[in-house]
Design a protein around this ligand. Sequence first.
Ligand SMILES: NC(=O)c1ccc[n+]([C@@H]2O[C@H](COP(=O)([O-])OP(=O)(O)OC[C@H]3O[C@@H](n4cnc5c(N)ncnc54)[C@H](O)[C@@H]3O)[C@@H](O)[C@H]2O)c1
Length: 307
Amino acid sequence: MTYPLLNDQAINSVLDFPSVMHVLDEALADLSQGQASIHARQRSACTDVKLSTMGAIWASRHVAGTKIYPTVGGQFSFLMTLFDTRQNKPLAVMAANELTRYRTAAMTALIARKAALPLPRKLALFGCGLQGKSQLEALIGQFKFEEIAIVDPNVDQGWCNMIADKTGSHVHYCDSNGAVHDAEIIVTATRSKQAVFDGNLVKPGALISAIGTSAPDGSELDDVLLQRARKVIVEWKPQSLLEAGEVVHGLRNGSLTPDKITDLTELYAANASWRDAAEDIIVFKTVGIGLADLATALLAYQRITSS
Ligand SMILES: NC(=O)c1ccc[n+]([C@@H]2O[C@H](COP(=O)([O-])OP(=O)(O)OC[C@H]3O[C@@H](n4cnc5c(N)ncnc54)[C@H](O)[C@@H]3O)[C@@H](O)[C@H]2O)c1
């Protein structure tokens, strides 16, 4: 039996954020109808090495798969397996660094499309590393921002200029308070375990996407923001309630109550508007789910093998 080993470069060459958003939307709709299921992340650790696995079954598309990755010195190395469940055979082994980058940013853009105010004027981005840059690139494909404020001690002015040229937006680095002021969308993509901005300063109606930690002992958001939030959206409660530091911490200290928390399975099943009022502050806390990896892997595999 032979099957391809697909590398990050090949995967990057066939993916784009709108297509990944579309396939995630389809997979999440199927999850809510019992046509897909998530294999929760398993973690183990020894000395300074961690090993994690996560996956999913997408029954209506006849695929299943797992992502496996060691974390060494805070750096990840992702690999994905993809199976055909009709013939019950492997389809491919895929490098998954690009898959992870695409699916994480496309998830924020998808949730922003459904839960942010329709015409956001200002984006604030905390953390402009690999994931932060991708978050911004996915969002500028969906919204026309007048202003993009970036908070990161490591300034990449060349990249900023490139984004300004591409979008016509005013793109600038600033401090935390200045970034949050008047922002309708705020993304946190740092490795910080502490809150990166003051929740008092968040404007009513803002959507916050916190992507930066999947450890229960870290939180990029403060208690004030969790108290002010009308709704906290997580991907999938069985995993998020264990892993999402903001949620674990907020429920423990009372700044968050269970009735505010909803997940994508519930939202897709309800088939109703995700925002009740224009002034509602909505938090999306993502830790990453195996179904997003699987859906993105399937899309990349289909495009690579059909070209
Ligand atoms: N939710 C998900 O599905 C998902 C997927 C992949 C990665 N992640 C997480 O995203 C985070 C970022 O990953 P990355 O690969 O881009 O990391 P990175 O190290 O490349 O970038 C992090 C950036 O954040 C900046 N930063 C650190 N502290 C800051 C602060 N307090 N305020 C503003 N900026 C700050 C750093 O200077 C750096 O540029 C990690 O915590 C990673 O675990 C989440």
